[in-house]
Design a protein around this ligand. Structure first.
Ligand code: PEP
Ligand code: MG
Length: 891
């Protein structure tokens, strides 16, 4: 039997046994809602849904609707004619339909709609006669020509709108509704004339041709640029496709007892339990959206048409009770009769989502676990960062757009270097700065910390600026040069973005949640302390099976993360501690040392700093575990670059500038990400591992003695690709640690683990696990090395990959579950086979990304570790994953 591509609204519920997920997958959200409302006996104009699978077929058939589906469409039109008693294309009693998109997940405003389809020069006369309302008939026809020309033929809207405006001016009226039947008749003539000029043919009179054209246009709109952007933002797979709903028209424009509107069962901004909505009398759907006339609040309908209002309230209540969630509904009133055109779970702000979830639990409608599934993890972000004032943002126009690298909003005066940021903020007038850089480097950390926000020209979602900003909870827009025309001039201290010139000191506003860049100041409001948040997160924590740790390398971030619910530190990157002004000199001496003795002397200067840092961190973390990762980046990152700095260091080290220059040159790497870094540093300079072990163990001993509770240090060796490499460094660590512990005369245990961030480590995980107490998947490097492209450069070409649909999302942001995920799965399995007690976690940026967290749960990891501000997101994502697919608990 051939596949069924069409379903009457009447058939939808029974065909899928009322299973909402399957219905949405096949019929799309709108189609599923229409089928359910029909099944419940609600007033729905009848029609049918062409499935999402037909859309996939359309693309498989090179953007054509095949003959079989076409035949089915006409067959279903025949059934609709019987249901309605009207005839498609008839002159006396024409059947008019709307053709609307409806994907599995709603994508508001992203795809296309055509109304009043089926009209032509004869049918419009028939409609005028039948309704005895020529004004209405010609209003429908002019709307149809306008929409068809825009959506199906892609001629744009402006020509038509200009003609309407000109007509209103000629007639001395302000509103469309004041135009008479004759005026509209005249407009129809003009519109057809425009169509002829632009298209080179007559406006199609055959309703069948119109219908196929419209269905194709809706399928095509799945691939339009705004839909593609929306899909990428919301992780909606391209392969899903959209369904198309063909539905008998209900006319909201047939007079003063008609209208159209939108309503929510609860307030989508605050969550308040109160019907909220708007409607317009004598109008069709697009008039509400276009904002030409101001709609009335739904409460007014109570006065204007009390019976309709009561019926609507009754339906709204039934729908919310049925779906057990806030509904977003569209309706039309035709000559005093109510029709429902859509119901779906409404989009809402984070604040509203929490309020509604808590209220529904209190009302006994849903369980706590169901409530946990009702809030999108990503949304929690907006509760935790300052936001632009909504009204101010609406009034502002973005001048460019980069990557939404770290959420929140920032408004400040532009500075072009981290040093300038540090210096300027001391002045009251410069208290708020936005740091604008080509890219940032670890040295910029302090300047970044004092900035309201960071804008970089280069770099992706895991570029330095992005990672560090997220860690600090600072707003960041990265890589704005990827898709915009950007010129930055450090000497002149200017940046030009798409023709807009900023000098140092000019005000700029950036939105790290959208990537938008604005000129001038936009007011921000502090993030909301949400009373429901704690309660809701309590339910999430009860449900989840993975621990949520954080990536933090300073006491401030660690405290922040603990406040956000982190249960420990999964990654403390020690190199971030090296850049402070008072220690970089000793670090540089260590790197440029000519002999082991010189290196040891320099390391001895660094050690107390490290020990002090670890001590401070242990004090904050209390009983919570902390994994300290040994030095990882290539050494050249620490070296001075300015001639005066090189000269000063040479003097300090008793070298000539030339000698030091030679060292610097010798440390240059062609591909530093694959060069002398990670555990390779400790293989070449075991003294570094010794120094770091000394610092860790001494700090742990000190804090254990203070608190009376023995700490178990977790030491992590980065970038291992071969078990012997790990063993070599581990031996140094063990020897150093054991000596200190013995000297202290205490029973301190410690763990030594490794990062799995090189494909070879994943491939040989079974062997590596023999020497490791735990694995932490470093998916930043693992993604980089599996794909073979650099994490700092990929943003340059990934846009082309999205455009060509080779990749749908940034693999540094959302874990590539097919490739990199396969390595993780394999390494976790092989590692546990050799070492059943092996701890497993992830500490790459993916640890804070909801779909990646779900993957980690499903492959059996014990924890995820992410930047502090993402901790609540990871907690919720882990809870949702556990509710959807609970894992067998370990003993
Ligand atoms: C990683 O590679 O995923 C990781 C966490 O380490 P880093 O980002 O410091 O290289
Ligand atoms: Mg790494």
């Amino acid at each position: 039997m051939s596949k069924k591509f069409l379903y009457l609204f009447k058939e939808g519920h029974d065909a899928f046994g009322g299973d909402q997920t399957t219905m949405k997958n096949i019929l799309g959200g709108k189609g599923a809602g229409l089928a359910e409302m029909t099944h419940a006996g609600m007033p729905v104009p009848q029609g049918f849904t062409i499935t999402t699978e037909a859309c996939t077929q359309y693309y498989a058939d090179n953007r054509e609707i095949n003959e079989e589906i076409k035949a089915d469409i006409f067959k279903y039109m025949g059934i609709l004619e019987e249901q309605t008693g009207k005839t498609f294309g008839s002159v006396d009693n024409p059947l008019l339909v709307s053709v609307r998109s409806g994907a599995r997940q709603s994508m508001p405003g992203m795809m296309d709609t055509i109304l009043n389809l089926g009209l032509n020069d004869q049918a419009v006369e028939g409609l005028a006669k039948k309704t005895d309302n020529p004004r209405f008939a010609y209003d429908c026809y002019r709307r149809f020509i306008q929409m068809y020309s825009d959506v199906v033929m892609e001629l744009g809207k402006s020509f038509f709108e200009e003609r309407i405006d000109a007509m209103k001016e000629r007639k001395g009226v302000k509103q469309d509704v004041e135009l008479t039947a004759d005026d509209l008749k005249e407009l129809v003539k003009e519109f057809k004339q425009i169509y002829r000029e632009k298209q080179g043919s007559e406006f199609p009179q055959d309703p069948k041709e119109q219908l196929i054209g419209a269905v194709k246009a809706v399928f095509r709109s799945w691939d339009n640029p705004r839909a593609n952007v929306y899909r990428k933002m919301n992780e909606i797979p391209y392969e899903w496709g959209t369904a198309v709903n063909v539905q008998q028209m209900a006319f909201g424009n047939s007079g003063m007892r008609s209208g159209t509107g939108v309503a929510f069962t609860r307030n989508p901004a605050t969550g308040e339990k109160k019907l909220m909505g708007e409607y317009l009398i004598n109008a069709q759907g697009e008039d509400v959206v276009a904002g030409i006339r101001t709609p009335s609040p739904i409460s007014k309908l109570h006065e204007e048409m009390p019976e309709v209002y009561d019926q609507f309230v009754e339906i709204a209540t039934r729908l919310e009770n049925y779906y057990k969630d806030m509904q977003d509904m569209e309706f039309t009133i035709e000559d005093g009769k109510l029709f429902m055109l859509q119901t779906r779970n409404g989009k809402r702000t984070a604040q509203a989502a929490l309020q509604i979830a808590c209220d529904l639990v209190d009302e006994g409608v849903i369980s706590e676990q169901t409530a946990v599934l009702r809030v999108e993890p990503k949304q929690l972000d907006t509760l935790l960062h300052p936001q632009f004032d909504a009204a101010a943002l609406k009034a502002a126009e973005a001048i460019g757009k980069g990557l939404a690298a770290s959420p929140g909003s920032a408004c400040g005066r532009v500075v072009f270097s981290a040093e300038d940021a540090e210096e300027k903020v001391k002045d009251e007038a410069w208290k708020k700065v936005v740091l604008v850089r080509l890219e940032t480097s670890p040295e910029d950390i302090v300047g970044m910390q004092v900035s309201q926000g960071i804008l970089t020209v280069r770099g992706g979602m895991t570029s330095h600026a992005a990672v560090v900003a997220r860690g600090m909870g600072t707003c960041c827009v990265s890589g704005c040069g990827n898709d915009n025309d950007v010129v930055i001039d450090y000497d002149a201290k200017t940046i030009t973005i798409n023709g807009h010139l900023f000098h140092e000191g000019d005000w700029m506003s950036i939105d790290g949640s959208t990537g938008n860049i604005y000129e001038g100041q936009i007011a921000t409001v502090a993030s909301t302390e949400n009373a429901n948040f704690k309660r809701f997160m309590g339910w999430a924590d009860a449900a989840r099976q993975m621990k949520v740790l954080t990536n933090a390398d300073n006491p401030r971030d660690a405290q922040n993360a603990v406040d956000m619910g982190a249960e420990g530190i999964g990654l403390c990157r020690t190199e971030h501690m090296f850049f402070a002004e008072d220690r970089i000199k000793a670090v540089r001496e260590m790197i440029c040392a000519r002999t082991v003795e010189e290196r040891k002397t320099a390391l001895a200067k660094v050690e107390p700093y490290q020990e002090a840092d670890f001590t401070a961190m242990y004090r904050i973390m209390g009983d919570r575990p902390m994994t300290i990762r040994y030095l990882d980046p290539p050494l050249h990152e620490f070296l001075p670059t300015k001639p005066e700095e090189i000269e000063a260091l040479a003097k300090d080290m008793g070298m000539t500038t030339e000698e030091l220059n030679n060292v610097v040159v010798s440390l240059h790497e062609f591909n530093p990400m694959m060069g002398h870094r990670g555990c390779r540093l400790c293989v070449t300079y075991p003294e570094i591992a010794e120094m770091q072990t000394n610092a860790v163990i001494k700090a742990a001993l000190k804090v254990s003695a203070e608190t009376g509770k023995m700490i178990t240090p977790h030491i992590m060796i980065p970038l291992v690709g071969e078990v012997k490499e790990l063993k070599y460094v581990k031996d140094v660590v063990v020897k150093t640690a054991d000596k200190l512990i013995a000297e202290a005369g205490v029973d301190m245990k410690y763990q030594i683990g490794t990062m799995i961030e090189i494909p070879r480590a994943a491939l040989t995980a079974g062997q590596i696990a023999k020497e490791a107490d735990f694995f932490s998947f470093g998916t930043n490097d693992l993604t980089q090395m599996t794909f073979g492209f650099s994490r700092d450069d990929a943003a340059k070409f990934l846009t082309a990959y999205y455009d060509t649909k080779i990749y749908e999302s940034d693999p540094f942001q959302h874990l590539d579950q097919v490739g990199v995920g396969k390595l993780i799965k394999m390494a976790a399995h092989d590692g546990r086979e050799t070492n059943p007690n092996l701890g497993l976690g992830i500490c790459g940026e993916h640890g804070g990304d909801p779909s990646s967290v779900e993957f980690c749960h499903n492959v059996g990891l014990d924890y995820v570790s992410c930047s502090p501000y993402r901790v609540p997101i990871a907690r919720l994502a882990a809870a949702q994953a556990a509710i959807k697919a609970p894992r067998a608990m370990k003993d």
